[in-house]
Design a protein around this ligand. Sequence first.
Ligand code: C6P
Length: 404
Amino acid sequence: MLDIQKIRAEFPILSQKVNGKPLVYFDNGATSQKPQLVIDAEVKYYQEINANIHRGVHTLSQLATDAYEVSRGKVQQHINAKFAHEVLFTSGTTFGINLVTNGFASILKPGDEVIVSSLEHHSNIVPWQMLCEKTGATLKVIPMNEDGELMMEAFDALLSEKTKVVTVNHISNALGIINPVKDIIAKAHAVGAAVLIDGAQAVPHLKPDVQDLDCDFYAFSGHKMCGPTGTGILYGKEEWLNKLPPYQGGGEMIKEVTFEKTTYADLPHKFEAGTPNIAGGIVLGTAIDYLNSVGFENIQQYENELLEYATKRLLEIEGLRIYGTGKNKASVVSFNIDGIHPYDIGSIIDKLGIAVRTGHHCAQPIMTFFCIPGTIRASFSFYNTKEEIDQMVDAVKKAQTMLS
Ligand code: C6P
């Protein structure tokens, strides 16, 4: 059992008023809020050990380097990677995916196929499209049904010896659907394809085990899991990271540079050119420690209660439709009200202190599928409450009355 009031007190922003009303923050899918201990850790880094890493013999540089590498180790343990050097620090999910697509530019050939799903965020569509344009490979799409679930028989039919990469998100940001990634990975591997999982929306809710999943790549962002913005991780299996070329050239990713030829550093440094977000990388470790102290089993159990409650309460509203009605869901509810634009509801409830996301959620193909301009998305975290859900429902009802 979580002590929600105690947890809420750890997040200073939650006690704020917005537009004169107590803040109800339901935009956790866009970014999570940060506990004081994460904010303090960022300040402490700059106050006490700020220095560049992996390059100085002086004490501060050693301290900063050690803290950065300790954090890499925490991430390794958290996602159960076999080696710490399979954990690359990035600026976020988008960077991680682009690192991989850039690498596959030298591997894919005309006639090869890349499979994405119809539930993807633009970050996991556009880089693959760009890759296909560059290489002559073809992009195939796993369709979904009216509940927002991937159609696995159609996926089976798409797979062939031409399939070189399969990529899906672990959890859909727009609908909250949890995809059967373990099954997808096994099936893709059976035809010899590599698999990238976009874990951006999964890591705030669950602890991914990359060895158990057996994915080749797993990308996520720190800012959605109580960590700082501008942080992220790309996990890659050692054999794949050795095979792919570096993404960016520059300092720290080299062994030796001459004007004739450069040799590259060993993993993970081959993929970490330039001065990284050192404070962010270190503090991401603090955020992971924090989430583990709350406990992912507790988080899941409580967030499921919030999901169930919000679904029930929202469905009391006449003319309200929820998108993403599949069985396996994270704590996200995407909805619309008959005849009202989602933006209008979002703007009115913002005036009542309620922060939700409205629009296409960077997942336009999903909106096209449902023939809608967008949705209102309420995405819940373990620091939200049923009382806040009641406030949102009342606010949505008010907005509906004003707009009809
Ligand atoms: N989704 C949302 O409101 P970055 O921006 O690199 O940290 O994450 C990109 C990204 C990739 N995949 C998925 C499934 C995502 O949800 C996101 C970010 C936010 O839904 C902001 S658009």
